[in-house]
Write a protein that binds this ligand. Structure first.
Ligand SMILES: Nc1ncnc2c1ncn2[C@@H]1O[C@H](COP(=O)(O)OP(=O)(O)OP(=O)(O)O)[C@@H](O)[C@H]1O
Length: 284
């Protein structure tokens, strides 16, 4: 479908200091991207800018060749945004709302929607207002994953989901997506995204401090645990149980990327990107 291209983008809420400044970013299709950041880092605002709900103050933003703030019908039918809070009409059932929504999304797959609601154990006939927060969340996620949209934006998708629903969401996300779809997931529940992401972006102090493919992180870094300090660690964190550390990977076995430790390192100012072989962008 094309790309999302951000060039030198700046954004601030009226009367507030800059939230983003000089952001550069390109998202190709076929990736699940995790957007990580502390509370208030701007993750939700970033998604809303991509969805055309907030407008950048500076720079360029193009989503598949469209300018989101123009909110053209051709753009809107390619973007599905699931906010953290319920966005569904409370007086309708999931099934009734799906019928209203479907004509706006040409590739909406009704069978997938029905299957996902079953999988998520949500009653499609029940009015939204009678569903729990987690069940409402699952209706929104089922809609997004069935929408066929080229860009799917999920704000804290696992917030409010129980353990088995988180696992079901991860599995369905990977199985339902096609190569021409891009998903951006904003979250601070980092562990919930394990084994799901193709790429991670860490937003901190108005900048993207790390933007890297998970495969590159796993190739270039070694994530370990030791009872004592490790002398050549790039970053380490001690707890009562021992020391978690990140090393540059040379001959060590490949390890699963510890996203939480990576996040702590990057937000502590460690120039992790300089240890990677194929970094997408580096602003540290
Ligand atoms: N409508 C608004 N008007 C003014 N400031 C806002 C508005 N919405 C958010 N902000 C401010 O912008 C900053 C970023 O908020 P945002 O919700 O994008 O962060 P976040 O990373 O999603 O945070 P969280 O993890 O807590 O959801 C915060 O300082 C917040 O107070």
């Amino acid at each position: 479908m094309g790309k999302v291209v951000i060039e030198q983008m700046g954004f601030s809420y009226p009367g507030k200091p800059k939230l983003f400044e000089g952001l550069d970013l390109t998202l190709a299709s076929g990736q699940v991207v995790g957007l990580l950041g502390k509370n208030g880092a701007g993750k939700s605002s970033f998604l809303q800018i991509l969805a055309g709900l907030l407008f950048p103050n500076d720079g360029q933003l193009s989503v598949f060749g469209y300018i989101p703030e123009q909110r053209s019908p051709a753009f809107l039918q390619e973007v599905f945004f699931v906010p953290d809070e319920n966005f569904l009409p409370e007086h309708l059932s999931a099934q009734a709302y799906q019928l209203i929504l479907q004509p706006f999304y040409p590739r909406f797959d009704r069978e997938t929607f029905t299957r996902l609601l079953d999988r998520f154990e949500v009653n499609s006939q029940e009015k939204i207002k009678n569903l729990s927060f987690g069940q409402q969340k699952k209706v929104g996620l089922a809609m997004a994953l069935s929408s066929g949209c080229a860009l799917i934006l999920l704000d804290e998708p696992t917030n409010g989901l129980d353990i088995s629903s988180k696992s079901a969401f991860r599995k369905e996300l990977i199985s339902v997506l096609s190569e021409d779809q891009t998903v951006v997931i904003a979250t601070h529940l980092i562990r919930d995204l394990e084994n799901t992401l193709d790429r991670v972006m860490i937003l901190d102090q108005g900048q993207i401090k790390l933007d890297a493919d998970l495969s590159d992180l796993a190739d270039s870094l070694h994530f370990g645990f030791s009872q004592s300090e490790v002398s050549d660690a790039i970053f380490s964190q001690s707890s009562a149980l021992g020391v978690q550390f990140i090393q540059e990977r040379t001959t060590q076995a490949q390890t699963v990327v510890n996203l939480e430790l990576l996040f702590e390192g990057v937000t502590a100012g460690v120039p992790i990107a300089s240890f990677l072989s194929k970094t997408n962008s580096l602003t540290v």
